[in-house]
Design a protein around this ligand. Structure first.
Ligand SMILES: Cc1cc2nc3c(=O)[nH]c(=O)nc-3n(C[C@H](O)[C@H](O)[C@H](O)COP(=O)(O)OP(=O)(O)OC[C@H]3O[C@@H](n4cnc5c(N)ncnc54)[C@H](O)[C@@H]3O)c2cc1C
Ligand code: FES
Ligand code: FES
Length: 1322
């Protein structure tokens, strides 16, 4: 029997018995088809990189249904008779790109490109949906939602949203951002966009497949798809009767394995697909309610609930249920995940479900078929309370009743959820739903449900329901109800943020019931008490001002990123897309789970070698003559595999090598490492311990910054001092979409070729050669493009590639690895955590006279590039004139994860430290923070004192004027007053606004380049820098075109189209150095410019000899004929210019904090950034926005939690929350400043990759201001002296629990107590 299906219109037919039913669609696509656009990034349904369009055909209705799914969770066998469309199926380089690809590319919406195929499919699906819907046109609202659920770590989302919105029929073209189709104000703008033509649209379901649709024989194989309840029943009865020792699983959407990952590794004897049973798929509107079959997808439930038109009350209530369900996961999960699957997860495995809570309040009942009891009807409450369903119990359907209000009463229904992402794709900290029958201000009866807060399952608060029934709602009744709630909503031990979660319950109940008081009293005080249910987020809007210069054409033009359409279609090749060579094996890391322990041995669970395992590679396999080295740079080396002892959690112990990646990953999970700690010193697990034990790394003196002035004098001159104040900063994970990956292929004569996703191929090269003990000319490292690096692929790419090389060398077979997300998160480190102690002296005016700092940096167990940290921290911190500055910075050597240098390493911490100090000074003087910042700005003279080697010329110091410029363009002063007014008139939301400057010092490095002209006039360019998404290839192409254009022969104006930048190959381009520090693009451009100058010199005589105008192609033909050397290489060395220079930026951010949930919404951010003369304003704009949003993640969202031994606990998309489209500034304005001539820079350009990340501190500072307002109010309610309200630290990241805890977890109780007390005095 066969599985018949189509992929991109191509027919596939596979023998069902030959397929392992646990195979996912993603595995099939990536390993067994040429369609590589489908990327693996999380394997949990949490990122959208693997999204495909799944189409089903109903032969009776003759209707094709198309919807997106996450292929990493979809079981391959479930796609029988379905059609799959991937991004390359929409369009491609051979048949022409699809308008979706063209628009993503034209709106500059693809950087590293790893997320882009998934974005393309999500957007295409939204267009299809609109096309099929009644309105038949996409609206701006739908366009904005099209990609919610898809993660992008590079772009900051704004350009992607613009590309989506450009398809909307109701778009105001002024709202669309920078793009390559047309400029703002052009009349024909819309016409110039590539059209999505519904008539010519991609055929998502081929005709041949429609003809073939027939039912499968069920029951004969491990995978079976019964087509009726009776058939299923007989299978289940059979299983029950003979099932001893036979494992069986009912499969609906299979999305639960995204959460229960161990299920993915489990293989069942029988998989029963229940999605083809018509009775389970039905939605029936009955007299008293609606019955929904258990396998109906959540998306379909939402659509059905929105269509119910029984009465206005029911319509409203069902509408609210649907709106809440829209926040469950992402659309591509809701399209697949069923209502039944969700509730079974909640019932059987305590999943923190939203569905369970809202349906509990709605009074749903469940129909179950179990053996031997048969068909049963249970209330949802009974269902949830019952013992866990057995494998053969079937949930048939759910019924949601229609509630009608009784005479003279009103029915109120509301649902709530507090989650890190307002629009979904994040589990709730707590969810709630309330249904109440009310008469005037009295509750007749009610149902109150809470869930997801760390409880076995959603609960109803009967005690409070009883208490409220029949009561008129007054402040006193509310207070008593809330007090009772405090004893009920209590998270189980071990739940994170228990106080926060508990505090949400009173908040939501208060929100719900308080309306009764305010709606029915005449003295309602305007919006002060406004507690209407949460409003939807404001729509995104933006503006971009980019100076475009023609001086160095095409340098300076916003040229579209090289290869962006290829990235969108998914044809761009990343390391894991390279087809596996014959005999290829796959590796997975076994890492240490102990910080410091003796390794006694490694074995597999039950001493059984797992299926497919070929070898376990460890330090013993490093060949003779080689060294156990996994990372080697000019700054030192680090071992590859742990030897007798582990030195940190997450250290690499071994690489399991197996026949498939899945087998390797499964085997690594089954590996048991035996440790012993007897007789060993306790590990060093904090910086304080490191200090006690004098466990430090030396900081190389040239990297240790210089003190400025005499702080003891500065302190003496101060009117006020804050002494020995402490703060701490945690880590941040890179979250590149493409995890670490490498492929090592043994070659002739003891040589090896390694394909590595690396920012440092040169160092990968040296590490491999050193480890294998072979000469460097026996190693070749190739890197074409990297799916996001952010510093994470500088250090960690080395051991990953080296481990594959050791395995390949030992087994003499190609070995590759694609590290899974969890392992990547546990092994790769992240930002450096640190403890800061500061003393600051200042005048009464706010002028700071001295700053003394002690900084303890946790570098982890090995040094890596940590030695750079101290100068970076101080480099960014010196943005203010501290009068005098002294510091003592220690690099602590601990038994924690070795830290890597993440985008703006040290600089982001330095910025935070500076701002925290400024805020402390402002608070203690009760002055505006903005005033303190301005007072402490540098003059050019003080700048030159603080930044001796990099201050540049006076005219280059643009910061002061930028400060004023952005103040004016953002209406800063006016908005400060508006924020004040808002805070005076709103009790439950507070706003803050903050403007801050940044200074970012960068260094230039030696960078090589080569430019070669081929006989047809096309040009190939190699550079040391790696394309990470930062647009280096695009800038290099522009520079090559500009520099060769100096020849001024006919046709040089079209050179850009003739240039291809090719992959980096360490044997072809030596001294590649590393790609980082924001300056590699400039360095590479400088290198190719030198090469082009050489070529121009060689070609000039030929041109002169031609005696008249000559075309480029002719000139090249003649050069070939006359054997002119048309390949030039050079090494750009920055000695000729100052190596260091300063970058400036200013940002204003305004936020709104919800005091009930602690949620911060960034209402607006305005950025002004000095790019010099931008080499490519579109690329630089993308860097600025993307970097800012990554910084936003660091300051506000990304909670990096470890256990007490340093093992990362936030190791998945479930727990680690990077920004999504709903967490970026709702209005995002960016202006690039062309600051004119910078003689000593590359064509006057400046860096843009890292500095703007620091500007995100403005959001944190604005949040602190809003929190301060909340604390002031709380102090007033509590009758406390307000002085303590302003002196507090807002930790980083300022997540919802952090913000709420500072605003007061007892804020509702305090308010009510205050009010009751005030009332009693009347
Ligand atoms: C990334 C992500 C985010 C999510 N976020 C949220 C969220 O915020 N809130 C929320 O509530 N949910 C969330 N979910 C859960 C999601 O709603 C469920 O995964 C989905 O509804 C499960 O449906 P399924 O059809 O895929 O179930 P499956 O995975 O197919 O099944 C789940 C379990 O139920 C069993 N089962 C399925 N159907 C039946 C049946 N009819 N009778 C008996 N047993 C059955 C299966 O054997 C299996 O054990 C999220 C899921 C993902 C992947
Ligand atoms: S890889 Fe499938 S959603 Fe992330
Ligand atoms: S472009 Fe989106 S992750 Fe890189």
């Amino acid at each position: 029997m066969s599985l018949v299906f189509a992929i991109n219109g191509q027919r596939f037919d596979l023998e069902l018995s030959s397929v392992d039913p646990s195979t996912t669609l993603l595995e099939f696509l990536r390993y067994q088809t040429p369609f590589k656009s489908v990327k693996f990034s999380c394997g949990e349904g949490g990122c959208g990189a693997c999204v495909v369009l799944l189409s089903k055909y109903d032969p009776v209705l003759q209707h094709v249904e198309d919807f997106t799914v996450s292929s990493c969770l979809t079981l391959f066998c479930s796609i029988n008779h379905c059609s799959i469309t991937t991004s390359e199926g929409l369009g491609n380089s051979r048949d022409g790109f699809h308008p979706v690809h063209k628009r993503l590319s034209g709106f500059h919406a693809s950087q590293c490109g790893f997320c882009t195929p998934g974005m393309s499919v999500s957007l295409f699906s939204a267009l299809l949906d609109a096309d099929k819907s009644h309105s038949s046109e996409l609206t701006v609202v739908e366009a904005e939602k099209a990609i919610s659920g898809n993660l992008c770590r590079c772009t900051g989302y704004r350009p992607i949203v613009d590309a989506c919105k450009s398809f909307a029929s109701d778009i105001d073209i002024e709202d669309l951002g920078l793009n390559s189709f047309c400029r703002k104000g052009d009349k024909d703008f819309i016409k110039s966009l590539p059209r999505f033509n519904s008539e010519k649209r991609v055929c998502t379901f081929p005709e041949f497949l429609k003809d073939e649709i027939k039912s499968m024989n069920s029951g004969m194989y491990r995978w079976c798809s019964p087509e009726s309840v009776e058939e299923l029943q007989s299978l289940l009865v059979g299983y029950k009767a003979n099932g001893n020792g036979v494992s069986m699983k009912l499969v609906a959407g299979n999305t639960s394995v995204g959460y229960y990952k161990d299920e993915r590794e489990q293989s069942y004897d029988k998989y029963i697909d229940i999605t083809r049973i018509p009775q389970l798929k039905e939605i029936r509107e009955k007299q008293n309610g609606v019955e929904i079959g258990s396998v109906v997808s959540i998306s379909k439930v939402i659509a059905a609930l929105k269509e119910i038109r029984v009465s206005p009350g029911v319509e409203k209530m069902f509408g609210k249920l649907a709106t809440h369900m829209e926040k469950i996961a992402a659309r591509f999960i809701r399209n697949l995940g069923s209502i039944g699957g969700n509730l079974v997860m909640a019932q059987r495995k305590q999943f923190p479900s939203d569905m369970a809570t809202i349906l509990l309040a709605a009074g749903a009942v469940v129909n179950i078929m179990s053996f031997p009891r048969g068909l049963e009807k249970l209330t949802l409450e009974e269902f949830l309370h019952g013992s866990p369903l057995e494998a053969h119990d079937l949930v048939v359907s759910f019924e949601i009743p229609f509630w009608h209000s009784e005479t003279n009463s009103e029915l109120l229904f509301e649902t709530y959820r507090a989650a890190p992402r307002p629009n979904g794709n994040a589990l709730a900290y707590l969810n709630a739903a309330f249904l109440a029958q009310v008469k005037d201000t009295a509750v007749v009866n009610c149902r109150l449900a809470f869930g997801a807060y760390g409880t076995k399952h959603a609960i109803r608060c009967k005690e409070i329901e009883d208490f409220l029934s029949g009561k008129v709602i007054t402040d006193k009744v509310l207070y008593e109800a809330i007090t009772l709630l405090g004893n009920v909503v209590v998270p189980e031990a071990g739940t994170s943020n228990p106080a926060y979660r508990s505090s949400l319950a009173p908040g939501f109940l208060f929100e719900f019931l308080h309306t009764l008081i305010t709606h029915h009293t005449t003295d309602k005080p305007s919006n002060v008490y406004n507690l209407d249910p949460p409003k939807p987020l404001p729509m995104l809007s933006s503006s971009q001002h980019v100076p475009i210069t023609n001086e160095y054409n095409p340098v300076g033009q916003p040229v579209t990123k090289a290869g962006a359409s290829l990235q969108a279609s998914g044809e761009a090749i990343y390391v894991d897309d390279i087809p596996s060579p014959t005999n290829c094996l796959y590796g997975a890391f076994i890492y240490s789970t102990k910080p410091f322990a003796r390794i006694i041995g490694i074995h597999f669970k039950e001493n059984l070698v797992p299926h497919g395992v070929v070898a376990v590679i460890s330090c013993k396999d490093v060949p003779k003559g080689g060294k156990n080295v996994g990372m080697k740079t000019g700054l030192g080396s680090v071992r590859l595999f742990a030897e007798d002892f582990t030195i940190n959690v997450g250290e690499c112990i071994a690489l399991v090598v197996a026949d498939t990646q899945r087998h390797a990953d499964a085997a690594a999970n089954l590996a048991v490492v035996e440790y012993e700690t007897k007789g060993l010193e306790p590990p060093i697990l904090c910086v304080e311990d490191a200090v006690k034990k004098s466990s430090m790394f030396d900081i190389i003196p040239i990297f240790y910054p210089q003190q400025v002035g005499d702080t003891s004098k500065g302190m003496a001159a101060a009117d006020h001092r804050i002494l020995s104040s402490e703060m701490r900063l945690g880590s941040q994970y890179f979250f590149y979409m493409e995890t670490q990956t490498a492929l090592a292929v043994p070659d002739e004569d003891n040589s090896i070729v390694v394909y590595s996703s690396s920012q440092t191929p040169q160092y990968v090269h040296t590490s491999v050669a050193t480890c294998l003990g072979i000469p460097e000319n026996n190693v070749r490292v190739i890197t074409r493009r990297v799916g996001g690096g952010f510093g994470g692929k500088a250090v960690m790419s080395m051991p990953v590639a080296t481990a594959c090389a050791v395995a390949a060398n030992k087994l003499q077979r190609p070995v590759r690895t694609y590290v899974n997300r969890k392992t990547d998160m546990i092994m790769t480190g992240g930002r450096h955590p640190m403890k800061i102690t500061f003393s600051v002296g200042f005048k009464s005016t706010g002028k700071i006279t001295a700053l003394e700092l002690e900084i303890l940096i946790d570098a982890g167990a090995t040094l890596g590039f940590s030695t750079l940290m101290s100068s970076n921290i101080i480099g960014a911190l010196k943005k203010y004139n501290w009068g005098a500055l002294s510091f003592d910075i220690k690099l602590c050597k601990t038994n924690l994860l070795s830290r890597a240098i993440m985008r703006a390493p040290g600089d982001v911490q330095g910025t935070y430290i500076a701002e925290a100090i400024i805020e402390n000074v402002a608070s203690s003087l009760s002055l505006e923070v903005d005033t303190i910042r301005k007072i402490n700005f540098h003059t050019y003279e003080s700048l030159a004192l603080f930044y001796k080697d990099s201050a540049g010329e006076p005219h280059e110091y643009t910061l002061s004027s930028m400060w004023d410029k952005v103040g004016a363009s953002s209406n800063y002063d006016e908005r400060v007053s508006m924020v004040r007014e808002f805070n005076d008139s709103n009790m439950w939301t507070k706003r803050g606004i903050s403007r801050l400057p940044i200074i970012y010092e960068v260094s230039m490095f030696a960078t090589p380049g080569r430019v070669s002209v081929l006989s047809d006039g096309t040009i190939v360019v190699e550079v040391g820098g790696i394309e990470l998404g930062q647009g280096i290839w695009t800038k290099v192409k522009q520079m090559t075109s500009y520099a060769l254009g100096m020849l001024q022969c006919d046709g040089t104006e079209d050179l850009l189209e003739k240039i291809r930048v090719v992959q980096s190959d360490t044997l072809s381009m030596v001294q590649g150095n590393f790609t980082g520090s924001s300056t590699t693009s400039e360095g590479s451009c400088a290198a190719v410019r030198l090469c082009c100058e050489t070529l121009v010199k060689r070609l000039k005589p030929l041109m002169e000899r031609s005696g008249g105008p000559i075309s480029w192609n002719k000139l090249i033909s003649q050069a070939y004929a006359q054997s002119v050397n048309l390949s030039a290489s050079d090494l750009y060395t920055p000695e000729e210019f100052p190596m260091r220079y300063l970058n400036y930026g200013v940002a204003v951010s305004e936020v709104e904090v919800d005091l009930v949930t602690g949620q911060t919404t960034v209402l607006q951010t305005d950025i002004l950034y000095d790019c010099g003369k931008s080499l490519n304003p579109a690329v630089d704009l993308g860097q600025i926005e993307g970097s800012f949003v990554q910084g936003l993640g660091f300051f506000m969202l990304e909670e990096y939690i470890t256990d007490s031994e340093g093992l990362v606990l936030t190791d998945s998309t479930w727990t680690y929350k990077i920004p999504t489209v709903d967490t970026i500034p709702r209005r995002f304005n960016v202006e690039l400043l062309n600051s004119g001539c910078h003689e000593k820079r590359v064509l006057s350009s400046k860096a843009s990759g890292e500095p703007p990340l620091l500007l995100a501190a403005s959001v944190h500072c604005a949040t602190r201001q809003a929190v301060k307002e909340a604390r002031k109010q709380l102090c007033m309610w509590k009758g406390e002296d307000g002085s303590s309200s302003s002196t507090f630290q807002l930790p980083v990241p300022a997540t919802m629990p952090v913000v709420k805890e500072l605003c007061g977890v007892d804020i509702i109780e305090s308010y009510l107590e205050w009010k009751l007390c005030a009332n009693s005095k009347l």
